[in-house]
Ligand binder design. Structure first.
Ligand SMILES: [Fe+2]
Ligand SMILES: [Fe+2]
Length: 462
């Protein structure tokens, strides 16, 4: 039997922390988590019962105390146990809320942030009768798991790190306080290791050291390139978990497989090699991130329907499949100015890459014509000198083509700025300006919302 616990907490780093603590505890816990009011409302509408609810009093899209939302949750789950989290600066606002809401409870529900696991467990033990029913069968193991993506955020681990080889067989792979480097994770990723283990006692003691607010420790990497690779990997972990809705990640993951299948069935071997062997490469990863951002944005429009899922994901994964020459990858990332040092032939070959893949796809029966349009026009929309192969303006693009082009550029801005949220925000100021022309401006607001949620996740806050 599982202990059902909801965590409604806008700060991603806190949310991760509470979730990790609960899932590594000796109790069998099912965690329902949300970092914004919309996602939290969906959860409370779908679930009838929680054993415990953590609710941050700043649970709102605008980071202000949201009395209405808190009242809704309290009314709907009035017979269940709550902890209301707050930080010291918010105490005044919190006191005002107290009068309205907390009078109806027969215990003191306030708990100050940052989250203190031991204090929480004390409350849990006091408020849930027969807590022992929820103790996990494997709770006597002296190890607890920690995800690779969580270790990636650290310069070093405060505890020795192990991998699991058998039922109770653990092997130490890393000494506490030795510095991590990116190759450590690469080595184990290749072997299919996704989770590492630390001793439970050490984990509990150093709990707060395991969850720093930043996404990736810059100091762990020797160069910007290594850091970008680490940040990109961490980004996929965080985006998948917090920045982009789960159904979008699922859809994109499934359809990415279909894109690979299409190349395989049609014997497009060099393109297939680019995608199949290129996982963790710029071409594969920027294509996958494009599918997430474009899909999440398109979903915000009335004209969106599920048929767009396949169109967007196939186009994203295939849009650069003709860039089999690795010299062109840095031009795709850096933009047309990088072409200046290339020969005339190279310039033509690069500018034709959308045509090349579109022509291949035209010969494949079951490819929707919209996919061919998106692939063909992914570098269009800014007129003669800045767009290719046709030099179109945004007025000549459909709604979906506009969103695809805009999402593609956003992805490139993430890469050019090494996934550093402040640098990305700075670069975006100029990009949003450029988009305030022609058809692009009709889609800015929705795209900005999606980018905001990713940046929020990158910063580890809301
Ligand atoms: Fe691209
Ligand atoms: Fe491209």
């Amino acid at each position: 039997m599982k202990l059902k616990i909801a965590i409604f907490e806008p700060k991603i780093s806190e949310l991760k922390k509470v979730q990790s603590f609960l899932t590594s505890s000796t109790y069998d816990v099912e965690v329902f988590r949300a970092s914004n009011v919309d996602a939290a409302t969906k959860i409370i509408n779908e679930q009838n019962h929680f054993h415990f609810i953590f609710l941050n009093v700043r649970m709102s899209p605008y980071q202000k105390i949201n009395t209405h939302f808190i009242q809704t949750v309290l009314a709907r789950f009035s017979d269940q146990k709550f902890i209301l989290l707050y930080s010291k600066e918010e105490h005044k606002d919190v006191s005002e809320l107290t009068n309205v809401l907390v009078d109806q409870l027969d215990y003191d529900p306030w708990m100050e942030l940052p989250f203190k696991p031991l204090q929480f467990f004390k409350v849990l033990e006091q408020s849930i009768s027969e807590l022992s029913k929820f103790v996990r069968s494997d709770s006597r193991s002296q190890y607890t798991s920690i995800k690779a993506v969580e270790l990636l955020a650290l310069k070093t681990s405060p505890c020795d790190v192990f991998i699991k080889l058998g039922d109770e067989k653990y092997v130490k792979v890393f000494n506490s306080f030795d510095p991590f480097d990116a190759t450590f994770f690469e080595k184990y990723k290749v072997k299919g290791v996704r989770s590492f283990f630390v001793e439970r006692a050490c984990f509990n003691k150093h709990f707060n050291d395991f969850f720093p607010p930043q996404l990736v420790a810059r100091d762990s990497f020797n160069s910007d390139e290594e850091y970008a690779l680490g940040a990109q990997k961490a980004l996929f972990g965080v985006v998948a978990e917090f920045g982009i809705s789960e159904d979008v990640v699922e859809t994109a993951t499934e359809l990415a497989e279909e894109a690979v299948d299409i190349l395989e069935k049609n014997n497009l071997t060099s393109m297939l090699a680019l995608l199949k062997n290129g996982k963790d490469s710029f071409i594969y990863d920027h294509s996958f991130l494009l599918s997430l951002i474009c899909l999440e944005t398109a979903k915000k429009f009335k004209w969106y329907s599920s048929k767009h899922n396949r169109i967007i994901c196939l186009s994203s994964l295939l849009h650069d499949a003709s860039l089999t020459d690795p010299r062109f990858h840095s031009i795709e990332l850096g933009g047309l100015s990088k072409l200046e040092n290339c020969s005339k032939e190279e310039q033509v070959a690069f500018k034709d890459h959308p045509l090349e893949i579109a022509n291949e796809l035209k010969r494949i029966m079951d490819i929707p014509s919209d996919v061919i349009g998106l692939v063909l026009k992914h570098h269009e929309g800014f007129g003669t000198d800045k767009s290719f192969p046709y030099g179109h303006y945004s007025q000549q693009l459909s709604a979906l083509e506009c969103i695809f082009v805009m999402s593609h550029e956003i992805v490139l801005i993430f890469y050019r700025n090494l996934f550093h949220p402040d640098k990305i925000e700075h670069a975006l100021l100029q990009y949003w300006e450029e988009l305030h022309k022609g058809n692009f401006r009709k889609y800015i607001k929705e795209l900005q919302e999606v980018v905001e949620s990713i940046l929020t996740a990158l910063k580890g806050e809301a």
